[in-house]
Design a protein around this ligand. Sequence first.
Ligand code: PFF
Length: 542
Amino acid sequence: MSTSAKPREQWGSRVGMILAVAGSAVGLGNFLRFPGQAAQNGGGAFMIPYFCALLFLGIPICWAEWTMGKYGGRFGFNSCPAIFGLLGRHKVWRYLGVLGLLIPIMIYTYYVLIESWCLGYAWMYLYGAVDLGSDPNQYAANSTAMFNNFTGANQDGLMLDGKLHISVIVWMIVFALNFFLIYRGITKGIESFCKFAIPLMALCAFAVLIRVLTLGTPNPDKPDLNVLNGLGFMWNPHDKGGGPWYTALGSAQTWLAAAGQIFFSLSVGFGVIVNYASYLRPKDDIVLSGLTASSTNEFFEVCLGGLITIPAAFIFLGAAGASVTGTFDLGFKTLPIVFLYMPGGRIFGFLWFFMLFLAAITSSLSMLQPAIAFLEEGLAIGRRASVALLGMITCLGSLFVIFFSKDLAALGTIDDWVGTVAIVLLATVQVILYSWVFGVRRGYAVAMEGAELGLPRLFNFIIKYVAPAYLIFVLGYWCWNDMPGKIQVLREQQVPFLAICVVLAVLIFLLILIAVAGRRWQAETRDTTAFRTKAFPAEVVS
Ligand code: PFF
């Protein structure tokens, strides 16, 4: 029994579907965020909490999201509010599903902007427009000035001061491209694009990696600055306080950073996997597919993200130059100096930023689809109208971020509250819904349908007990350690406060839409909270 009125959208092929999910996962988080987090939190030592978070949070929650999405898809639902209501059989869950819309929408507003910086930089390298001057002592200052100028980080309103700033034009192009692809739909838009973009991204990444690993000792006067020491600088286990390396493991901050990185990187806790999995067919495998997509992400993150930026910076600039400060410093300010010294730097600069752009666009597409799916199924307004409405909301949000660009304050605030805390909150909601409300036995049965790889039995225990405990620790620690400071900032500074108001306005708007959608589903006897059955899913759906 399928309750959907119109034919369901489905992935065209398994490879395409895995590439789309991997495309969502592999993004700026792998190449810009990961190296910084690892280097700041113990280098090699960071990998212990990192792999624990992968095994006990990332992969289990990822499987739970795939399962919930696939289950919802059978009833013709593709959005978090509908699917959560269906699984939880209560309206509260439908409203909690708002997080699966709010988070991707809000992250999109700033992610698409960074994506456009990448394309802008790639363009500048291609046309030889990157000029850091001829005095090596001024390279760092000039590179920072170029970044600040391009992103408007010096002053609010700079980018929208009447004339069309070049970066605003690039942003418009990238924004339009995202919506063009989303408008084309799951198979013709997202899937076909990922099938070509991901192999191309991998090629660019390998080309840059091979260049970095074959640099040897480019400066004979400084034999210490070589590839091996560059890798050691990044990966030797250490403690940032200067103690023995294992003391890094005693810091809750390290465990928190590792969990945050896993969530952000795997696209877990955003509601996007639930949405993507809802386009599967009943017999499609989710266990192996989920594992393949996650492993692809890990390969890009650890083997490519972890071997390029910091070692390259060390080889040319030494330890001081390779030390990480902000998330964007390494990729956008330090690497342009590295490319200046590197033989063939202009072409490798282009490849690096173009690769970042491809990685980012396959992720940003996945942030738009959950809301499109909701508008289509909740308000029945058709693709054109859904795309227009979402385009308007995200365009206003993005313009807000572009306007309040001084010190990237608006971007940073949304990233802090939505990209860091809200995702852990949504993951907690999902874990409770999956294991305590829907039930791990039912979930297991759904996951195992069509599975080519057995789901380990231990999975039920992890998702029911270990993951919630882990999440509560992460949330609790954040509330205790970070929240007071963040609230103080909201009290004292205008832009962060305004940014939170924007997030709340979008939240309220979405909650109203969910109420309207709920009424429609009820009127159509598709009320997702009314599937009151104790039967196993396989018996409910033929
Ligand atoms: N996983 C992406 C990255 O590593 O850059 C980020 C991301 C993708 C965030 C999809 C949110 C999302 F919905």
